[in-house]
Design a protein around this ligand. Structure first.
Ligand SMILES: *Cc1c(COP(=O)(O)O)cnc(C)c1O
Length: 396
């Protein structure tokens, strides 16, 4: 230890804390935003600290790690760009984003109108948490047809999901928003299916758009993340609640999602192409009673899909013929080798899972329908996927 640092009179432990912190790079800069992890953020002097603290609630400033870092800000901006939003906040999962949206805008005594087509854990959250907290949830048909009938005097929010989970019901979101806004309620939409590319709720009249970035935005089945994007008018309650609760998301995860997002558009195009090819084949199978995908002309939501969506993705569900028993459905699923058996979707790989529609819907009666199986069509060669499904039907 006879080097320069010693001549500055600093001990080894001090040098370990200070080393490598200045003059980090000369030359150009990397393509991607740097990964910035932080809790403490340092200020130049007390004047700057005071100034930043006075502005941090109204402006997005790097003042403390839990409030976001340049990496999470970069992802927020990318999502805002897609969603056409004023700003976006990140959450550790899609479900956390849904839960927080409900908490940020509703209070005890309020009524919530929730689409029958929502992601099932959102339904469970409304029942198990909002209800005892004094926020009453009423479900309306996933196509929005009974919204007026279900309206309550205390309805403060309509929470939609379009297309709906599992069977992709379309609703007329602009019409729904007109109706809700006319009665002083906010409109939030779960946009995980459309992810700001295929569908843009804010442009169609919603105030809040929620996504599970876990799915297509990240695209690689290796991260969970949620996003909430809003218009300028309704931004403040979300921002304030996030700060009050210390709601934060990992910069490492944000960095991964940003990386995945760069290829979002071409991935979606390929998922769509493959899904449509598989759907066409499925529609011709005797074992299949219906193929659910709003891009198919026979789908009940096709006209709205054509009007409001710019494409479809890799999601397809099939209704097997009524009378197909649970053991046969298991044989079908278990004999597939290219379709992984698991929840979630939006990665590059194909997935299969059985859907329990009677549990997933309370307004629409599914009791007389056949079993529903959800497929996520990945980037594999569709010819191979079709051959795999053929083996499944042989086992069924
Ligand atoms: C997966 C999903 C979610 C939840 O996302 P997680 O990150 O898994 O919590 C929310 N909404 C929809 C429509 C989903 O498909």
């Amino acid at each position: 230890m006879t080097d320069e640092a010693d001549r500055k009179g600093r001990g080894l432990q001090t040098r370990l804390v200070q080393a490598g912190k200045d003059g980090v790079s000369s030359g150009g800069h990397a393509v991607n935003p740097p990964l910035v992890r932080a809790s403490t953020v340092l200020f130049a002097d007390t004047a700057q600290q005071r100034d930043m603290r006075s502005r941090r609630d109204s402006e997005r400033l790097f003042t403390y790690g839990a409030r976001g870092t340049p990496t999470t800000f970069a992802l927020e901006d990318a999502v805002s760009e897609l969603e056409g939003a004023y700003r976006t906040r990140l959450f550790p999962s899609g479900l956390a984003a849904i839960g927080f949206t409900l908490l940020a805008y509703l209070k005890p005594g309020d009524d919530l109108l929730m689409s029958d087509g929502v992601y099932e854990p959102a339904r469970a959250l409304a029942r198990s948490f909002l209800e005892p907290y004094g926020i009453r949830t009423t479900f309306f048909a996933a196509d929005g047809s009974d919204l007026e009938q279900r309206w309550q005097a205390g309805t403060r929010m309509v929470f939609a999901e379009c297309p709906g989970s599992l069977v992709y019901e379309m609703c007329d979101l602009p019409e729904l928003a007109r109706f809700a806004h006319g009665r002083g309620a906010l409109v939030a939409a779960d946009n995980t299916w459309g992810c700001g590319v295929l569908y843009r709720p804010l442009a169609l009249g919603a105030d809040i758009s929620v996504t599970a970035a876990t799915k297509y935005l990240s695209g690689h089945s290796d991260v969970t993340m949620g996003t909430v994007s809003t218009t300028k008018d309704v931004w403040q309650p979300l921002q304030q609640r996030c700060e009050a609760f210390g709601m934060t998301a990992s910069p490492d995860d944000a960095w991964l999602v940003l990386r995945g997002m760069r290829s979002l558009a071409p991935r979606l195009q390929m998922h769509e192409q493959h899904a449509l090819q598989v759907a066409q084949w499925l529609a011709g199978r005797a074992e299949v009673r219906a193929v659910f995908c709003p891009a198919l002309p026979a789908d009940p939501g096709h006209a709205l899909w054509k009007r409001d969506c710019t494409g479809t993705n890799g999601l397809l569900s099939i209704e097997l013929q009524p009378g197909t028993g649970p053991a046969a459905v298991d044989r079908f699923i278990d004999s597939l080798s290219l379709f992984g058996l698991g929840a979630s979707w939006g990665g590059y790989e194909s997935l299969v899972t059985a859907a329990n529609m009677q549990r997933a819907r309370s307004v629409t009666d599914w009791s007389a329908r056949g079993p529903v199986v959800r497929l996520h069509i990945g980037l594999e060669d569709p010819v191979d996927l079709i051959a795999d499904l053929g083996r499944g039907f042989a086992a069924l």
